[in-house]
Design a protein around this ligand. Sequence first.
Ligand code: ATP
Length: 845
Amino acid sequence: MSQSQTSLFDGPAASDETPTVTGQVKNILFAAQDSFYKVMIIEVAEQNFDYDDTELTVTGSFGDIQIGASYEFKGRLTTHARYGVQFAAQNYQRQAASTTSGLVAYLSGDQFPGVGKATATKIVDDLGIEAIDKILESPDILIETGISTKLQEVIVKQLQQSDGMERAIIALNDYGFGSALATVIYQKYQQQTLQILKTNPYQMVIDIEGVSFARIDRLAAQQGIDALDARRIQAGVISAINQATFESGDTFMQVEALLQTTQQILERSQNARIDPALIKRALLTLTSDGIVIADGQNLYIKALFEAEREIAQRMVRLSKTKNSEYKRADVVKQLAEVEEENPFPYDDVQRDAMIAALMSNLFILTGGPGTGKTTIINGVVATLKKLLQDEGMKWDEISESIRLAAPTGRAAKRLSESTGMPASTIHRLLGITGRENTDDIDIEELSGRLLVIDEMSMVDTQLFDLLLRAIPNGMQVILVGDKDQLPSVGPGRVFYDLLASGLLNYRELETIHRQGKGSTIIELASSVKSGVLPVNFTERQPDRSFFPAQTNQVPRMVEQIATSWKERGNSVADMQILAPMYRTPAGVHNLNAVAQEIFNPMTAKKREIHMKLGELEFNFRVGDKVMQTANDPEHNVFNGDIGYITSIMLAKDKSNEDNTDNITVAFDTGEVEYTRQNWNQLTLAYATTIHKAQGAEYKLVIMPLVNAFSRMLQRNLLYTGLTRASESLVLIGDVSAYQRAAETEGVNRHTTLQERLQQAQDGQLPDVPDDDKSLAAVNAINQKPVAVVPLDEENATIDDAPVVDEIVQAVAEDDDDLLTIAKIMDESIDPNVGMADMTPYDFMP
Ligand SMILES: Nc1ncnc2c1ncn2[C@@H]1O[C@H](COP(=O)(O)OP(=O)(O)OP(=O)(O)O)[C@@H](O)[C@H]1O
């Protein structure tokens, strides 16, 4: 057999002893929707290791695999206790078809539209069994066959594409990029992937979120790129800002801290001393190239800088747009009718808020639990329906005109339940997966008259920017949230900044309306909000209790409470254990194990699967409460969605026709099957972190807080956790831990959205065109000189010479003159600014 590809990539080649198998692909058992990961069965032709069977399961990242075609795979043979023997391929090569009939079948397949069997036969007859190699080598050879120019083009294009893709994926896999990241990288660079990998891998750190600097650095070192190479230092700078903004939630970093962090990253990754002057120079280049934006001492990654600026411009424009087209008298009249039909009369603040929301183009509403946010959304939606009906709109048009969304699947579900209308996640609304490179997303405009976003406190800077890009002229926008809850996991604190700017129309609801059998949970929430615990904190209340316990005693207490909840006939779905962290005996992992034994103990007939994720070991059993931990729009499941395992099927089961191991989980939205490689998207969910519970509500919340959680003990965390309880709240732990949490104000994120809003309000930012929301348009605006505020000049106005210009000038005049950057370095800056204690890593398993 001759190989169609010889030298694939000059990377680390697998040695001759590498286990290698060749064979024809019989079937693709699994092909991930959003990556190149595939599982397939091959018919073995040759192998250099002990293996007697005629078929073998091969897994790995593959580009365009053709069923029926032959490949050579290099990798290793693995054996799973339950899954059996399989070959994990790290590298593969397509082999030329061994038979003319195989080649004819391939060329007349779906991937070559218009090429039928007769044409394919003609090509193979004329060019022989090595037709594909010949065409790739000189595409003009097809002219000899006499087939139409159009078909020649189809064949050449497709062959080149799959050839290029294969080479790129192989190279990316060689260097250890997982299939998801390989997909993102290939999508970004397409045919240029290999070239970039070979000539300037550091570019990937700049262009693609989530590419680890250390991995690229190893790759570059293998290719002989010097440790002092400017591209390496620049990538180090980018990596430092990305890391810091992700960890702290700030949207920028200050010069001094950036220089220090970059030096650490560079020196840690390769053993070479880096002169700070080199880092300063790299920073100058990055700022003059517009990759990093300098505004005084603040340095931003371009995407975040632009996102804040665009948010400011679009929000100010939305707020200045002529108010809604309804007459106030009509709104008041229709609202009165809606109120008539409501089980209770609205209070004045609610009524006023509803009228304001209906009369404005942009309206923001904040309030704690039970203050009537849902009541207002319902009232506004019901009134709008009547107004649109008066306009002569039909019912189906009316419901399509009202778009409701929230940042998480569960929050969207609650919104849908409370309004009786469809609601989706923001990602789904925008048709994005959250894994795209934000730079490359072309957002389509939404249609409709009203957009309501609930749980706004969870929306981060970049997602909000994308959302605003999608809002067409004339669509009314209502943003609803609770400003005292935890901020988004991603950078920014958008909702807080929008309210604090004082420039946008908003109402704050303060009266608590939730009644019933006492509401001391809400009282407790209000008290925590003002930084104190109520005097009766440790006293038993009808709806909440406190049990003192040391860290090691927490599991036992949780066990008792959960057992009694179960014995009283309550469902596990209505109960949630919330802890701030995963580790410690009082953390999420251990409490999951405790609760699993209560709610879903092992029995002889039950199936369980042992999982080992790093140090963490646990079992999945049929019946377990589990949580999806990544967004998967294809299956309509999102990070934080909770479901129940309904079956565990193994490849060896007789009744299993799929020949793969599967876990099936029932979510509210339907059943989802997880093949083995996706099991790491699931986790037990009897206990979750407080962060993961945002946007959800449970009848019973058990929330242990102990001093071992030290730096997590913050007010907004405690507030968010306890407000998840709708009927009963059980607190376990140290009073002092609760006390400390109530007293400790959450870390203040550093953002500049408020400043940008003021600038936009004052007309000091270049305008965003409203007719063209494409990337090109957005980029065009961003080409304009950055309006930055020079340092230390009290009376500086936004029109003063931008620092970036100064930097460009300094570079042009004298390479060594780093005076300018020195000028923007302020000795007084605390190097730890933006490096607050709490990081999203603390909330991740
Ligand atoms: N003006 C009112 N008079 C009487 N009851 C009211 C009034 N406003 C709201 N309620 C009731 O108070 C409860 C809480 O209201 P609502 O659900 O609208 O608040 P919320 O802010 O959305 O709460 P959460 O964020 O916790 O869901 C509901 O049972 C609602 O029916």
